[in-house]
Design a protein around this ligand. Sequence first.
Ligand code: FAD
Ligand code: MLT
Ligand code: ZN
Length: 506
Amino acid sequence: MSKSLSMLFTLVNKSNILGQIRYYASSALPQLSSEKYGIKRKHFSPLQQEDINYFKSIFKEGQVLTEESEVLPFNIDWIKNCRGQSKLILKPKSTEEVSKILAYCNEKRLAVCPQGGNTGLVGGSVPVFDEIVVNLALMNKINTLDELSGALVCEAGCILETLDDYVRERGLIMPIDLGAKGSCHIGGNVSTNAGGLRLLRYGNLHGCVMGVEAVKADGTIIDCLRTLKKDNTGYHLKHLFIGSEGTLGVVTKVAISCPSLPKAVSLGFFGLKSFENVLQLYKSAKSSLGEILSAFEMADNCAIKSTVENLKIPNPISDYPFYVLVETHGSDENHDNEKLTRFLSKEMESGLIIDGTITSEPAKMKNIWHLRESIAGAGLLDGYVFKYDVSIPLTNYYDIVLSLRKKLGDKVRNVYGYGHIGDGNIHINVTVPQYSKEIYSLLEPYIFEQVAKLNGSISAEHGVGFRKPQFIHYSKDASALQLMRELKRTMDPNGILNPYKVLPDV
Ligand code: FAD
Ligand code: MLT
Ligand code: ZN
């Protein structure tokens, strides 16, 4: 890829670590998704000049992008694996504008790719062919916050971190947190049912999201934007939009329940000698820390080592086979610190923890989290990353990393595992100097077969997107897939919303 394209990404997103990783990572333009994965274009209408003229007539400047250099970043996903060929990016500013776009596209049989912050890791956020990208970035108003109940209502394009800053000033936190918080949208989080770093404590979005407003493929606005904790009137329609990855509707507003800002936060970062000890430590943390435990994350040596080396981020402790990050959210600093310190000394004595550090200092905690969150992108600097995100019963959680290392040997640069132990969710990254079909076919469907054998899920939190529809049967049986197809047909009879994603072709 030319230097100018790298520059473009930097301009788009220079302000945070995500932008920096994208900038320094491989500068090669990814191959077109349709060629790389052998996909045939479906029978949608091709975009005409009159369509562009129509959108230009109803929108203001800056809302309709057609220049090649302008549309390119919206066509490429965060890990630079997928590249679409959209020639038109629309940036609506209101629900009514989303409705107008979809009504027109449905009528004309033009395909659409809904897009939030474009941090998705399964290729769902970028088009495959010439789908029109509907990017929600300009729908970023915070509507209301009920400080008593914690109910926040906002537009779908609000950036997660901006929302968190806003509610923190008012004594609350967002119930979800992830490494992509500086770029991802709340609408994208809802559409992917994102998990993140504190699901263990605050639950998943099916529990925290109180209501959504969404637009169906034909432009109908569906108002399920309630801020009630309890509402058993009929079918729970909001759940259709949570995790459906833009295939059933475009989420335009979200009502979400925000927990209280914890008065005391502490963080421990520990070195361990084996994965067996990681599991034992998790069991002990649950019983010793109880209600204040807010995160229990693990990373293997290779994950931390390559993040330290590639991104020059310091590791606060020395070199160990496994690392564990334990966080507490509570209401009494002395009590929580004492609990965590007692936990550390007990488990150092027992030998589960070899070395560790505990801190309540915001700057130090930020640095430790920064190291953990940066693992996601560090591998991009090796060249190319094959990323997997699976749920496996905890006893077999790490087996797949070991079997992959054996299978791949020195054909690859690194194989590492890290993730959300508390959720039984491991991320496996395989890094190579550049994308290779040979490695791809060694990895897939092998990984999915192993996961299915263990009754796991082939996608724990990132979704199915473009990369996994052909493997969804490893986690969903034929009856479930049939019902999913029927729902899709009911809500989007012409199939214009995010085609080539989630559901496999029959
Ligand atoms: P996009 O990437 O733009 O879109 C994702 C999907 O949602 C696409 O299918 C898109 O079509 C659809 N979509 C987006 N907005 C809308 C909308 N308004 N209406 C309908 N459909 C829509 N994920 C986790 O679950 N846990 C993690 O811990 C985590 N950490 C990450 C760390 C990093 C560094 C990165 C880069 C990604 C991480 N992710 C994680 C993946 C990703 O950030 C999440 O899936 C996130 O929720 C995507 O939000 P987004 O706004 O970027 O959506
Ligand atoms: C994480 O937990 O860091 C994210 O889900 C991103 C990733 O899998 O790399
Ligand atoms: Zn994750």
